[in-house]
Design a protein. Structure first.
Length: 571
């Protein structure tokens, strides 16, 4: 998906809607959409439904789902757990809106009319591998656009597509632990195998009963065996144990031919390479993944809120934070650090919230680790440490969350920030934060989840972007709007990262630096380099081998340069 100037995009959109499977020009290929000659009729859909035990449902936007049941409360609208039961729901609700279709097709919350937008037409609520295989074969036979969704968390809109058949893997929740997982003759020890519908918190809770832990993020509903792993998968445990992709031992995947393949270090090794970092949704439908487990341990979770009187004070605080970023190295600890401007826009005050995971440390040991930074922060003019809280407990409990708060309209952009920036030019960090805030940036997420074992794992032969191995942090800029925001403003917010924020951020990351493809901007101009670096050519070749007809195409994914923004027609 190459992003073309607006006028060209609109032209292509217009063409693809009125088109059918007939090529628009020589060599051009389009998926069948309603109205195309090759689109399955009601009888064909019904026959297909019968082959999958009636698990085909008409997908509808979440706002329509809410309207049909007499409304949703705000608590439901923003609950990932609630949204998981709605086949057509995306957790960043803007991805349901066809605001850039011609004419726009919208279904906003509590609105009076509903278009299908970018929500798939039908969803296969898969319960078995055979359901997935039948869906893949039906889509191939009828030349349909396919989308795959587990949790619907995707920040790039990759778990939906207009006019598509959705393969919904949320109900593939098989779960099994073993003490002796092996690949060929190699014994790999303790491991857990999960279906793509298994949520991270479920894994932490189950592994707790066995005294084990796995590498995953601090989230409730992210699906480890879904998009998380295929992107790389970062975790507060990554400095200690590496990325999630570094700890996966095997996949079971239904590929475009409909075959169920095993991929590990000795079988289908190219797929195994691609599924670990080569980008979500581009290889087939993962129906299971097996991860290492580790003995669990206690840790201290530290939650700190700091405030800064104005952007100059926040810049000084960001510089100080950068100087102290190595304070956690000795214990392989990690931190999420988020800077938020005054969202009401009425004051110059911004806050920095730190969620710190002090691995295997007592509260007393953690206070010693935090003391130099907190004392120096308190001494900065205009900066105050507003609150500090240390909680000691089992890492499983620290990582588990009851739910994820979603339901916003948002886009994000990101860069992996090299360790060398923090070592050699930490003052640049403060300058960049100041410039971003001065330019109107509302939220800057920081993830201190690289270094340590992530760097040590540089020798692993996987598609993980090599920038991960030299990075210290992963910085994300989040841009928000409301369902009611006019389209021209939405377009401006959507391009804010690319046009305004990235040139500033690049002072920290360097040019052509890597980005984490799961928390990133789908509009990245050179996504091949930014998301996949030197691995792109190899990934393209693997794609051609396992998915020669591009059945699995997602925004800014491998092969997407051959398709329009919606993956409906080749360009
Ligand atoms: C609240 C929240 C917390 C997060 N925390 C972290 C974190 O700590 N660390 C981190 O690294 N990332 C984190 N992320 C980002 C997360 O990794 C991505 O959103 C990821 O894509 C989610 O995968 P999913 O399968 O759950 O989501 P989905 O939206 O269902 O899918 C995401 C992508 O994966 C594909 N996909 C889904 N299921 C399958 C399948 N069975 N087979 C093949 N492809 C599939 C989809 O097509 C899509 O392209 C977080 C996101 C959210 C919303
Ligand atoms: C599929 O079949 C089931 C069971 O017969 C039925 O409830 C469902 O509505 C059908 N799906 C569609 C899209 O017609
Ligand atoms: C939608 O309406 C419900 C009442 O049915 C209300 O509780 C909710 O706040 C509204 N949501 C939004 C986002 O306006
Ligand atoms: C599928 O998953 C949804 C959401 O988690 C759940 O409500 C539903 O009961 C599940 N269906 C089956 C048949 O397991
Ligand atoms: C779930 O596990 C059972 C028992 O091992 C197996 O028969 C079934 O095929 C599995 N289902 C999926 C979707 O992997
Ligand atoms: C596994 O071990 C058997 C017997 O020792 C041997 O014949 C075989 O070659 C080994 N396979 C691999 C993949 O190493
Ligand atoms: C964690 O700490 C609790 C109480 O302090 C203790 O009972 C438990 O054994 C510890 N667990 C581990 C895995 O160290
Ligand atoms: C935690 O500390 C214990 C005791 O020193 C040690 O055995 C274990 O390996 C440590 N675990 C981690 C993850 O650091
Ligand atoms: C920012 O705050 C600091 C500390 O309160 C103050 O000294 C400085 O004058 C302020 N700068 C601006 C530009 O307002
Ligand atoms: C500290 O955090 C714990 C766990 O989240 C919470 O129960 C407690 O109330 C907090 N204490 C303070 C003083 O905020």
């Amino acid at each position: 998906m190459i992003f073309l100037p607006t006028s060209t995009t609109l032209l292509l959109a217009a063409l693809s809607w009125q088109s059918d499977a007939t090529p628009l020009s020589t060599g051009k290929k389009c998926r069948n959409v309603p109205g195309s000659a090759g689109f399955p009729d009601a009888t064909a859909w019904s026959a297909f439904n019968a082959t999958i035990s009636g698990r085909l449902v008409a997908a509808i936007p979440s706002a329509e789902f809410c309207a049909n049941r007499g409304g949703c409360t705000d608590a439901e609208w923003t609950s990932a757990v609630f949204r998981n039961g709605i086949p057509g729901a995306m957790n960043q609700v803007n991805w349901e809106q066809g605001s850039d279709l011609t004419p726009p097709s919208l279904c906003v919350v509590n609105g009076t009319t509903c278009g299908q937008g970018d929500v798939p037409l039908y969803s296969v609520e898969a319960q078995t591998v055979a359901d997935v295989q039948a869906a893949v074969k039906f889509a191939t036979t009828h030349n349909l656009r396919v989308a795959i969704k587990s949790s619907g968390h995707d920040y790039l809109g990759r778990s939906t597509a207009p006019h598509s058949l959705l393969i919904h893997t949320n109900n593939l929740t098989n779960f099994s632990f073993t003490d002796a997982f092996s690949v060929g003759n190699e014994s790999l020890g303790s491991a857990v195998t999960v279906g793509p519908g298994v949520h991270l918190t479920a894994i932490y809770e189950e592994s707790k009963t066995l005294g084990r832990i796995v590498v995953g993020g601090s989230a409730a509903t992210v699906c480890a065996a879904g998009g998380y792993l295929q992107g790389a998968g970062h975790s507060p445990l990554s400095p200690t144990f590496g990325l999630a992709a570094d700890n996966v031992l095997e996949f079971q995947i239904v590929v475009a031919s409909g075959e169920l393949l095993q991929a590990n270090s000795i079988t289908n090794t190219e797929l195994f390479y691609a599924l670990r970092g080569g980008g979500a949704g581009s290889w087939g439908v993962v129906v299971a993944a097996t991860f290492r487990t580790f003995p669990t341990f206690n840790s201290t979770f530290g939650l700190f809120t700091l405030s800064a009187a104005n952007n100059t004070a926040m810049a000084a605080l960001a510089t100080l934070h950068a100087q102290h970023i190595f304070d956690f190295d000795a214990t392989y600890s990690s931190q999420y650090f988020v800077v938020i401007a005054d969202l009401t826009g009425t004051t110059t005050i911004s806050t920095m919230t730190l969620k710190t995971y002090m691995i295997n440390q007592t509260v007393e040991q953690s206070q010693v680790i935090m003391a130099p930074f907190l004392a120096a922060a308190q001494a900065l003019p205009g900066v105050a440490v507003v609150s500090s809280n240390y909680t000691y407990g089992l890492i499983n409990d620290i990582l588990s969350q009851p739910d994820d708060s979603v339901g916003d309209d948002l886009v994000m952009g990101s860069r992996l920030i090299p360790e060398s920036t923090y070592k050699n030019s930490y003052k640049t960090v403060g300058e960049v934060y100041q410039q971003l805030l001065d330019a109107g940036t509302l939220i800057i997420f920081g993830n201190l989840i690289a270094g340590g074992k992530v760097a040590e794992n540089a020798n692993i032969d996987s598609a993980v972007h090599p920038a991960w191995r030299t990075a210290k942090t992963h910085l994300i800029i989040l841009n928000l709007w409301l369902d009611s925001t006019p389209q021209d403003e939405i377009n401006a917010v959507r391009s804010q990262f690319k046009n305004t924020q990235l040139p500033i951020l690049e002072r920290m990351s360097g040019p052509n630096a890597g980005s984490y493809s799961n928390e990133a901007d789908v509009m990245e101009t050179d996504f091949q380099t930014t998301f996949f670096g030197p691995n792109y050519a190899k990934l393209s070749a693997i794609k051609s081998k396992y998915d020669p007809d591009d059945l699995f195409i997602v925004g800014a994914g491998v092969g997407s340069e051959r398709w329009d923004e919606w993956g409906l027609c080749t360009v």
